[in-house]
Ligand binder design. Structure first.
Ligand SMILES: NC(=O)c1ccc[n+]([C@@H]2O[C@H](COP(=O)([O-])OP(=O)(O)OC[C@H]3O[C@@H](n4cnc5c(N)ncnc54)[C@H](O)[C@@H]3O)[C@@H](O)[C@H]2O)c1
Ligand SMILES: [Zn+2]
Length: 464
């Protein structure tokens, strides 16, 4: 029956509730119709809907015009959800990264809107920890939207981004008779995203893939851009593919449970993107970190203004990564310009060496990047290619994150050897991403930088 108001359990997403004689409100509101169909209907019937009263979960309907079989049509739009559109150069595939708060309990509607209507089964790939936190909510929601859900869980940690996990995942897809019209969803951080994406890209030569990243790093970095991979005993990410998802859903609510160090690691990557991106992105990132201490991050996630600012920052970060990826999807090896996808490796030459010499156990990847960007900045300063102010700002903003794990005891010679070894094993020269100023990266070959400058910069930053 038509009611003058509706209780809305969740006002955080764009949603339309429709009911007619045959379809109940709940049935339709779970997303059996795509957003576009809703829009068309909304245009056709002109229902007027009052916006929700502040702090209220009720929407009041001002007036309605009945059509043949529509009894109720209600459209509510929530400004908290934002989109980044990704369209790759020379490629017809485009998709959206949707960013907001409390989006998981709408993930069925989202999945319906981005997958084909023939999709029946979805396999959610996750790890035990993340699935324990968010798996039930995600699975229930997808089931309510009419999908058959199965779950494949890997262990927690980088070591599970392996051939063995890949094999297990692919065998699970086969056992569940996943078809090309079905889909895979990665629910987790970069490890789960990279593995599930790679599995989806090779299974039946490619099945549709969606990402629900749950770490800050995965939200602004690994879930955007379509790189997928597993590690081998010879190194990280050595086997993989470029495979774009059909959609990405970023729910900042999931950051509430993220460990402090993981948060810091993610913010190191945001600083990296700001530094190579542009002054506006760099300042937005610095201002956010100056205004909000990461110590109170979880508590702050209950604050409206903080939520808005965080979403705004993530959208800008994702936009930047998307811009780079859109014009150099596969990281052309010959490009040396300031928009090459290679610039995303700012801070990563040192970071990879630090991770390697400490057995991949001591640093979170992002923490090592935190040191790496400072080393790259120091090298740039000593080469006289970077202005003093940029170096200062970069050091200040990394300082806002608090102390990174102590690096004083790491032998500089070992780091240098690792850099040389990497060079030989790749059969190519290492490329350093340096900085001329904030927003202006410069790619230099290792042989163009005196070894003494690399050594002194490492000492200055790590032994300070
Ligand atoms: N594909 C790319 O373009 C790309 C880019 C950058 C990094 N990566 C890859 O990403 C991986 C690193 O990703 P990561 O930093 O997300 O690591 P991760 O996936 O290991 O997650 C870090 C930790 O946080 C836990 N976790 C995840 N979400 C959580 C949540 N909401 N609450 C509580 N705990 C949660 C995980 O279980 C794990 O213990 C690396 O393998 C790296 O190579 C890929
Ligand atoms: Zn990184």
């Amino acid at each position: 029956m038509f009611k003058n108001s509706l209780d809305l359990p969740n006002l955080t997403s764009k949603c339309i509730f429709i009911s007619n004689r045959n379809i109940g409100i709940s049935y339709v509101s779970r997303g059996n119709w795509g957003e576009d169909s809703y829009r068309k209907l909304a245009d056709a019937v002109h229902f007027h809907v009052a916006s929700s009263a502040p702090n209220s979960n009720k929407l009041r309907i001002k007036s309605r015009k009945q059509t043949q079989n529509l009894r109720l049509f209600l459209y509510c739009e929530n400004m908290k959800k934002r989109n980044v559109k990704i369209k790759l150069k020379g490629n017809s595939h485009k998709y959206k990264v949707e960013v907001g708060n409390d989006l998981l309990d709408d993930c069925g509607v989202w999945a319906k809107s981005v997958l084909s209507e023939n999709t029946q089964k979805i396999i959610v790939v996750s790890n035990e920890k993340v699935f324990g936190l968010y798996g039930e909510e995600v699975s229930k929601n997808l089931e309510n939207a009419g999908f058959q859900i199965s779950t494949y869980l890997i262990g927690d940690g980088e070591e599970y981004k392996s051939f063995q996990s890949l094999q297990g995942t692919l065998e699970f897809f086969s056992k569940k008779e996943l078809k090309r019209s079905d889909a895979v969803i990665a629910l987790g951080g970069g490890v789960v995203g990279d593995l599930a994406g790679f599995a989806a890209s090779v299974y039946l030569r490619g099945v549709p893939f969606l990402q629900i990243p749950t770490t800050l790093l995965a939200m602004i970095d690994s879930s955007v851009g379509g790189k997928t991979a597993v590690n081998t005993e010879f190194g990280k990410n050595l086997v993989g593919s470029f495979y774009q998802p059909k959609g990405v859903l970023v729910d900042i609510k999931t950051l509430k449970t993220l460990e402090h160090r993981e948060l810091v690691a993610g913010f190191c990557e945001t600083i990296k993107q700001g530094a190579i991106g542009n002054m506006e992105l760099f300042e937005k990132t610095s201002e956010f970190l100056s205004e909000y201490s990461l110590k109170f991050f979880t508590e702050n996630l209950n604050d409206e203004k903080f939520i808005k600012n965080l979403i705004d920052l993530l959208v800008s970060q994702i936009n930047f990564k998307a811009e780079i990826v859109m014009q150099d999807e596969k990281e052309s090896s010959t490009r040396q310009d300031a928009k090459s996808r290679k610039i995303l490796n700012f801070g990563h030459t040192t970071a990879h060496a630090l991770e390697k010499v400490t057995g991949y156990k001591y640093f979170k990847h992002g923490e090592a990047v935190g040191y790496g960007i400072l080393v790259a900045a120091e090298i740039s300063k000593r080469l006289d290619i970077c202005d003093e102010n940029s170096i200062k700002s970069l050091n200040n903003v990394v300082g806002l994150l608090g102390n990174l794990p102590d690096a004083e005891n790491i032998e500089i010679d070992k780091i240098l050897q690792t850099l040389v070894y990497d060079k030989k094993s790749i059969g190519d020269s290492i490329q350093w991403i340096l900085l001329e100023t904030i927003g202006k990266p410069k790619i230099l070959k290792s042989q163009d930088i005196p070894q003494s400058i690399i050594r002194e910069s490492l000492i200055k930053v790590l032994k300070g």
